[in-house]
Ligand binder design. Structure first.
Ligand SMILES: *[C@@H]1O[C@H](CO)[C@@H](O)[C@H](O)[C@H]1NC(C)=O
Ligand SMILES: *[C@@H]1O[C@H](CO)[C@@H](O)[C@H](O)[C@H]1NC(C)=O
Ligand SMILES: *[C@@H]1O[C@H](CO)[C@@H](O)[C@H](O)[C@H]1NC(C)=O
Length: 635
């Protein structure tokens, strides 16, 4: 096992032979590297049985035994009394989250007829052919079918209805890295020698359901970074076409057999799409995807990274409720927050950029909501390697956990150097959790390079008003880099602010109550492991993931703003009294139970299964007539 892991490292490092083993290669693999380091050298598994929650009558969220029905997984906690005058905004948000989740679960489909009906209601089309096999696979695997959980697929697919089906089928079939299905058999196409094993992992996932799939090609983005940024005006045109062609023809006119790709397979490779490489201008490409009139559209990329980030005091009411994230989708949307151009390494200087403004089909495990890739579950979520998942050890029960927040990782996100590191999200997270730094700021009222302290007027808690956050963090927080990824390995520019700490295995981290999660070069691949742990994940991100529509912030994890401006107040709420602690326990446990139901490999396979049915249809010349209508005919 050990040598296998070393090989894995080597493969990671050698993926980019041009730049050799430079620090930036390591930076690019920040999220892989950090997890490798975190899990350390021991692969011993701790087979831990997760005990039932222990009831505590004094808590507001009173745990009682979980019910069998998934709807009630989190129902064993009583609601906080939100009519009480001293109610904390987070109590209100937790209650709203529960109500939202409950209401949505009422739309669960239990059979083919209801699933097909809900599909038609929500999508305005007949389901794609093969939908019966999709539902059968879901039912066989006890998957929770709520049509809304697949919304992302339809956002991603919609613009492709605006393109010529043959053209996209051909582009998909001739891309260098493909998961290919022909005659029910799945194969991987493309040279992955010396590269991360993503193609293999995704091909295996597709092969779980391959025999149910029509002939289809899944062209894969082999970079960490997402790549398609089609300007708003173009996408709007494509999506308008989708809307104009959206119909439900009578069952008698519906065709249920895909045309297949035999003709496409005989054709020559089309022209390569054009890519732009200008990492420092990524933001400018991004904002072109924002609607005209949206806050970021006319705000250019930051051209003076040496300036420290301007802290936008007070979270916008567009997505926050009394200073806490209310709409996580909006909070992750860079189009709504021009200041994010100087708050995230992806918008400062990603390690690499190879971006196209033309729409063509490309599947990837991570993207910004503004990117036009077809999103699939991150490869790191489907590997058997424990480096990514934390293995089978999910941590002790809440009552046995240490009251601490812990973070270890690499200073990834982009190319950091003296003039720009203070804009990087991971640097900000680590510095904000550094008790020494915070105490100094509290003493002299200054600001740090990466952040400013919240104002007294922004949040109401005594640790803030009494300048005791630093003292508290000295005990409560344990956060630091295990690799600083400095330019040319010379770290003098970060030496005064950041030191390197020993790595801590994931299963050791799960002994702590709080696990913050920040983006690396793209999404943070550890989030699924965090969700399935018994600890509470706290997450800020500008990235979208396949699971977003099935996880509910404040019920399954605690959302944070990308500035982390709300972090102290959130942590204060969870640690200030028994009620907060119960709330943290409730979210940690509800998230884990829910994750065990909707984040399984089977769920990821189902997501990709559905996406590939849709993609096969949109690539088919007969797409306007293709559909599944058997449920209508047998009636
Ligand atoms: C909730 O709080 C209000 C005001 O403090 C109180 O009047 C009411 O009885 C409480 N309701 C419950 C169910 O505890
Ligand atoms: C959350 O924000 C998104 C993006 O701005 C918006 O489309 C959505 O309607 C909002 N959701 C709610 C519940 O307000
Ligand atoms: C915390 O901040 C101090 C300076 O205030 C710095 O010397 C130290 O290295 C930092 N600790 C970590 C773990 O980065």
């Amino acid at each position: 096992m050990l040598s296998q892991k070393k090989d894995f490292w080597r493969i990671c490092v050698e993926r980019w032979p041009l730049s050799g083993r430079s620090a930036f290669v390591l930076a690019r693999y920040g999220f892989i590297a950090s997890i490798l380091v975190l899990v350390g050298t021991s692969l011993s598994l701790l087979f831990f049985r997760y005990p039932a929650a222990v009831p505590d009558p004094r808590t507001i969220f009173r745990p009682s035994p979980p019910a069998q029905d998934s709807r009630e997984d989190y129902d064993y906690f009583n609601l906080a009394n939100t009519t009480a005058s001293n109610v904390h905004p987070i109590d209100t948000l937790i209650n709203a989250a529960r109500e939202f989740h409950d209401a949505r679960l009422l739309k669960r489909s239990e059979d083919l007829t209801s699933a097909a009906q809900r599909y038609r209601e929500r999508r305005g089309r007949h389901p794609p052919p093969g939908f019966d096999r999709w539902v059968a696979y879901a039912l066989k695997n006890d998957a929770i079918i709520v049509e809304d959980y697949f919304d992302r697929i339809y956002k991603d697919i919609a613009p492709f209805w605006g393109l010529d089906p043959k053209k996209i089928a051909l582009q998909a079939a001739k891309w260098p890295h493909i998961v290919r299905v022909r005659g029910g058999k799945t194969e991987q196409v493309g040279d992955t020698q010396g590269r991360v094993p993503w193609l293999e992992l995704w091909a295996k996932l597709v092969s779980d359901v391959g025999k149910h799939l029509p002939d289809v090609d899944m062209p894969i983005n082999y970079m960490d970074e997402s790549r398609l940024l089609v300007p708003f005006e173009d996408i709007t045109r494509y999506v308008a076409k989708e809307q104009a062609t959206r119909t439900m023809p009578p069952a008698s006119q519906v065709v249920s057999d895909y045309t297949g790709l035999a003709e496409i397979d005989k054709m020559d490779k089309p022209e390569d799409p054009k890519f732009t490489h200008a990492p420092k201008l990524y933001w400018d490409f991004l904002r072109a995807t924002c609607p005209p009139g949206s806050p970021s559209r006319d705000v250019p990329a930051m051209d003076e990274p040496a300036l420290i980030p301007q802290y936008p005091h007070g979270l916008s009411e567009a997505y926050a409720y009394r200073g806490f994230i209310q709409n996580f989708t909006a909070a992750s949307d860079a189009c709504l927050q021009p200041h994010l151009r100087s708050y995230h390494a992806s918008f400062i200087e990603p390690v690499s950029m190879s971006t196209s403004t033309d729409l063509f089909p490309l599947f990837g495990g991570s993207k910004l909501p503004q990117n036009n890739e077809l999103l699939i579950p991150g490869a790191m979520y489907i590997t058997d390697h424990e480096f990514y998942s934390g293995g089978n050890s999910h941590g002790p029960p809440w009552a046995e956990k240490i009251d601490k927040i812990i973070w270890r990782g690499v200073a990834s996100g982009g190319r950091n150097y003296g003039e720009n590191f203070h804009h990087f999200q991971r640097h900000r997270l680590v510095e904000m959790l550094n008790g020494t730094t915070v105490s100094r700021l509290e003493r002299n009222g200054a600001r740090a390079l990466t952040f400013e302290m919240p104002l007294d007027s922004e949040y109401d808690f005594s640790r803030l008003h009494e300048r005791k956050i630093g003292e508290w963090l000295k005990e409560f927080a344990d956060a630091g880099f295990v690799g600083r990824n400095c330019r040319d390995n010379k770290c003098d520019y970060v030496d005064p602010y950041f030191s390197e700490l020993e790595s801590i295995k994931m299963k050791e981290q799960y002994k702590m109550k709080f696990l913050p999660d920040a983006d690396g070069n793209s999404f943070s691949a550890r989030f699924r492991g965090f969700m399935l742990s018994t600890s509470l994940p706290l997450k800020a991100t500008v990235y979208a993931e396949w699971h977003d529509d099935r996880l509910v912030p404040w019920l399954h994890f605690a959302p944070l703003d990308n500035t982390f401006a709300d972090m102290y107040a959130v942590l204060d709420y969870f640690t200030r009294d028994r009620q907060g602690d119960s709330a943290a326990q409730m979210i940690a446990e509800a998230g884990k139970l829910w994750g065990e139901k909707v984040l399984r490999r089977e769920d990821m396979a189902l997501y990709v299964f559905r996406l590939l049915l849709e993609f096969a249809r949109v690539c088919d010349e007969a797409r306007d007539k293709l559909g599944f209508v058997e449920d209508l005919q047998t009636k």
